[in-house]
Write a protein that binds this ligand. Structure first.
Ligand code: SF4
Length: 726
C-alpha cells in the first residue's frame, strides 16, 4: 500500500486511468425533460433540475417549486455535474499489483480479491479484525445496507462513519435532553417567524448560502440575529450582535447567559414546571458562572452578555441553532447541552416558532446516523444494546438476534486501531486521509493495514492507499433517498446513465455478500432496499414505515417520524414537520435539564504553543474536497489552504499577506499562505480543512474525544505559528 503510483496494466489495451473517454454525463435513455432531484453536497439538500442538453450532457437549472431553497443554489451545487464528467473520474476497478502500483482490473477480479482478503483476515484474527468506514453522504439505502453488511455478512462490530466527525455531539445532547435527535425539530420556514435566533458556531453564508435568506427574512420581519463565532464571518457580518468568544469557551458563554436569565428574573417558571425536569441542578450549575467570570474565560464582555440576553428573552419566541463550532469539541455534548438548557429555562423548546436545532452539515448526515452505519445503532435510530431493537431488526434481516455484534469503536478510535486490532478495512464514501483529526497518524494507520478496499468516484487520497479501488456511481446516476437537516426524507432521482465500468455501492455490497456466502438480502434496487428499511425502522424513533418512493415523488419529501397507517387509520400519517409541541420524546414527556460546567479545552495554549487553531470550511469547497477540488470554477475561487490571522499576530510574527506560514501543533506541521484580517481574534488562527498535502489542516487537529459522543476536538487546539523563508 505504500506506492500510490498508477500505471497502465500491461496485460491489455484498457483506457488510461483517470482519462475517461466518456464525453460527459449522458441522459438516461428516453429522458428529454428535466429530472427534479437534489444536490449531492450539504444537508440543505437543495432542489435542482437536471436537464439533458446537446451531446448527452446535463445542465443544472433552478427548481423553484422545492420550498427549502426555492431555486437558489450555491456554486457547489450549480457546478456539481462537472464531477460527473471529470477527467479524474474512475471508470475501472483498480488493484494493487506486485510492483506496488494500482492497475486496472475487471469487476470480478476486484470483488474476488476483496472477498478473499476479508475472509483471510476473519479466519486469522476473527470478525472484529474487519473494519467498515462509511460516510454521511451515502444515501439512506446505502447506509442501511452497509450496516447490515457489516453485522450480518462480516459479523463485525467495527463499523462507524465520518458523520461522527460532523454532528454527533448535537445528536447526543438532543437525545439526552429531548429523548430524540432530529437536527431541526422544525422546518426552516419557522426561522423568519421567530423573534430572535442565536447561531452558535455556524457560518451558513459559506456552508449553505441559500439558507441565509431565512435569517435575512427574520431580520426583515423585525427579528434579531445573534452570531457566536471567534471569527467575524460573512454570517457574523449580518448579525445584530456578534459575540466572539475564545475558541472552546462557548459552554461557559451559554452558562453565563443562563446565569443572567436567572438573575434578571427571565426564567419561564410555568414552562419549567410543566414541561421539564432537573432544573434545580442545572440552575445551580449556571449560578456558579458569574458574568464577570464568564467574561474572563470567553473574552465576551458583560454588557455584550446582557445585550444577548435582552435580545433573546424579549420576543415571545426565539431559537438557538448550533453547528460544528460548539459540537466539535471534547466537551461538545455538554456545550450543546448548555445551549439547550438556555432554551429550556426560557421556554424556547417544543413551542411554535421556538426551539433548539442543529444545522447538520453533510448531505445525508441526518439519515446516515439513523439507519445503522453508526457503531452503536440499528436502523430506525434504534440502540444496538436494546434487546427489543435487536429482536426487531434481526427479525427483518432473518437472523438470530444473538448473532448481531454489539457496539463497536467510534470513528477516530476505529481509525486509530487500524493495523493493530483491525487488519482489513472497507471504506465507502469517505476520505479520512484529509478529513480525520491527526490526519498524518491516521494516514499511517491506513498504510499499516493488511488490506484496504475503497469505493469512490475519483482516486481520493484514501483510495490512493488502497489495495483495491472500486469506481462507483454518483448522485445523478443513481436513485436513493436522503434525509435533510430538517428531517425531511427526500427522493434523489437518477437523471443520467453512469459511465461504462462504474457500478453502484449497492451492487458492490451485493457482489461481496454473495462471494462471502450470503446469497440473499442485499438487493441492488434502491427501492427494494428502502422497502426493507421501512420495515426495519417501524416502531423505532426514526420511523420511516409510512414513507415510500411514490409518496416522496408526489409530496416532495416527508418529515419523519411517519409511521405506517394502522388498521384504524383512514388516511396515511402526514409526517411530522414539528416535534415536541405536545410532549418531548422522553419517558415522562418532559425535557431534561442536564447540569453542566465550564472546563478547559483538551489543549490550552502554553509557552511552546501559544496560539489557538480553529478549523472550518470555505464557500467554494466541500469537506475533504474529493469532489469539489475537481471543479475548475471552485478551484479558481478557492485554490488552496490559508492561515487566517489577525494583523496584531501578523505584526508580531513579521508576516505580510501571502507569506508562507508554518502552523505547528503537537501532532505535526502545516504550511499555507497568510491571510490577514481584523475579523479574527488576535489569539486565534483559522485554517480550512479541504486540502491534502503540506497545507492539510487536519495534520494539526487534536483527536481528544467527547466522552459521550466520541466527537474529536476539531475546533480547538494549541499551535505555534512561524514564518517560513520563501
Ligand atoms: Fe448544494 Fe448545499 Fe449549496 Fe444547496 S447549499 S446547492 S445543498 S452545497
Amino acid at each position: 500500500m505504500q506506492n500510490t503510483g498508477i500505471r497502465q496494466d500491461p496485460g491489455g489495451p484498457r483506457p488510461a486511468l483517470g482519462a475517461s473517454t466518456d464525453p460527459g454525463p449522458r441522459a438516461a435513455p428516453g429522458a428529454s425533460t428535466a429530472t427534479p432531484t437534489h444536490c449531492p453536497y450539504c444537508a440543505l439538500q437543495c432542489g435542482m433540475n437536471l436537464t439533458p442538453v446537446g451531446g448527452g450532457t446535463v445542465a443544472v437549472s433552478e427548481r423553484a417549486d422545492f420550498p427549502v431553497n426555492r431555486g437558489a443554489l450555491c456554486g457547489k451545487g450549480r457546478t456539481a455535474p462537472e464531477v460527473l464528467a471529470s477527467g479524474a473520474r474512475l471508470t475501472s476497478p483498480l488493484v494493487r499489483s506486485d510492483d506496488g502500483t494500482l492497475v486496472p482490473a475487471g469487476w470480478d477480479e476486484a470483488l474476488d480479491r476483496i472477498a478473499r482478503n476479508l475472509l483471510l483476515t476473519r479466519t486469522e484474527y476473527g470478525a472484529d479484525a474487519l473494519g467498515v468506514f462509511g460516510g454521511g453522504g451515502l444515501t439512506n439505502e446505502k447506509a442501511y445496507a452497509l450496516g447490515k453488511f457489516a453485522r450480518v455478512v462480516l459479523g463485525t462490530s467495527q463499523i462507524d462513519y465520518n458523520g461522527r466527525f460532523c454532528m454527533s455531539s448535537a445528536a447526543a445532547a438532543g437525545t439526552r435532553a429531548f429523548g430524540l435527535d432530529r437536527g431541526l425539530p422544525f422546518p426552516l420556514e419557522d426561522v423568519p417567524r421567530t423573534g430572535c435566533v442565536i447561531l452558535v458556531g455556524s457560518n451558513p453564508a459559506e456552508t449553505m448560502p441559500p439558507s441565509l435568506r431565512y435569517f435575512t427574512e427574520l431580520r426583515e420581519n423585525g427579528g434579531t440575529l445573534i452570531v457566536v463565532d471567534p471569527r467575524r464571518t460573512r454570517t457574523a457580518e449580518q448579525a445584530d450582535l456578534h459575540l466572539a468568544p475564545r475558541p472552546g469557551t462557548d459552554l461557559a458563554l451559554a452558562l453565563g447567559l443562563l446565569h443572567l436569565v436567572v438573575a434578571e428574573g427571565r426564567v419561564d417558571e410555568a414552562y419549567v414546571e410543566e414541561r421539564t425536569s432537573g432544573w434545580e441542578e442545572a440552575r445551580a450549575a449556571a449560578m456558579a458562572h458569574w458574568p464577570e467570570y464568564v467574561e474572563r474565560i470567553t473574552g465576551v464582555s458583560v454588557p455584550e452578555l446582557r445585550e444577548a440576553v435582552r435580545l433573546f428573552c424579549t420576543p415571545e419566541a426565539a431559537m438557538v441553532l448550533t453547528a460544528r463550532g460548539p459540537e466539535q469539541q471534547a466537551k461538545g455534548t455538554d456545550t450543546v447541552g448548555a445551549w439547550i438548557n438556555l432554551c429550556l429555562a426560557t421556554g424556547r423548546a417544543g413551542r411554535p416558532r421556538s426551539g433548539y436545532g442543529c444545522l447538520t452539515g453533510q448531505g445525508n448526515g441526518q439519515g446516515g446516523r439513523e439507519h445503522g452505519q453508526k457503531a452503536d445503532q440499528l436502523p430506525g435510530y434504534r440502540r444496538l444494546t436494546d434487546p427489543a431493537a435487536r429482536r426487531h431488526v434481526a427479525g427483518v434481516w432473518g437472523v438470530d438476534p444473538d448473532s448481531l455484534p454489539g457496539p463497536g469503536r467510534s470513528a477516530y478510535e476505529l481509525l486509530d486501531a487500524l493495523g493493530t486490532d483491525i487488519r482489513s478495512l472497507l471504506v465507502m464514501g469517505s476520505n479520512p486521509v484529509v478529513s480525520a483529526p491527526r490526519a498524518a497518524h491516521v494516514e499511517g494507520r491506513l498504510r499499516s493495514l493488511d488490506f484496504l478496499a475503497v469505493c469512490d468516484v475519483v482516486l481520493s487520497e484514501t483510495a490512493a492507499l488502497a489495495d483495491v479501488v472500486l469506481p462507483v456511481t454518483q448522485w445523478a446516476e443513481e436513485t436513493g433517498t436522503t434525509t435533510s437537516l430538517e428531517g425531511r426524507v427526500l427522493l434523489r432521482r437518477r437523471a443520467i446513465t453512469p459511465p461504462d465500468g462504474v457500478r453502484g455501492d449497492l451492487e458492490v455490497l451485493h457482489g461481496l455478500a454473495v462471494r462471502l456466502g450470503v446469497e440473499r438480502g442485499f438487493p441492488t434496487d434502491p427501492e427494494e432496499v428502502f422497502e426493507e428499511l421501512r420495515r426495519a425502522s417501524a416502531g423505532g424513533p426514526a420511523d420511516y414505515s409510512g414513507i415510500d418512493y411514490r409518496r416522496l415523488a408526489e409530496e416532495d419529501g416527508v418529515f419523519w417520524p411517519c409511521p405506517a397507517p394502522g388498521d384504524e387509520d383512514a388516511v396515511p400519517h402526514p409526517g411530522t414537520p414539528r416535534l415536541f409541541l405536545d410532549r418531548f420524546a422522553t419517558d415522562d414527556g418532559r425535557a431534561r435539564f442536564v447540569p453542566v460546567a465550564h472546563r478547559p479545552s483538551a489543549e490550552e495554549p502554553d509557552a511552546e504553543y501559544p496560539v489557538l487553531l480553529t478549523t472550518g470550511r470555505v464557500v467554494a469547497q466541500y469537506q475533504s474536497g474529493a469532489q469539489t477540488r475537481r471543479v475548475a470554477e471552485l478551484n479558481a475561487a478557492a485554490p488552496g489552504p490559508f492561515v487566517q490571522l489577525h494583523p496584531r499576530l501578523a505584526a508580531r510574527l513579521g508576516a505580510a499577506e501571502g507569506d508562507p506560514l508554518a502552523v505547528v501543533s503537537r501532532r505535526g506541521r502545516a504550511v499555507a499562505p497568510a491571510r490577514i484580517t481584523a475579523g479574527i481574534r488576535p489569539d486565534t488562527v483559522f485554517m480550512p480543512f479541504h486540502w491534502p498535502g503540506e497545507g492539510r489542516a487536519n495534520t494539526l487537529t487534536n483527536p481528544a474525544l467527547d466522552p459521550t459522543s466520541r466527537m474529536p476536538e476539531f475546533k480547538v487546539c494549541a499551535v505555534r505559528v512561524e514564518t517560513v523563508p520563501r
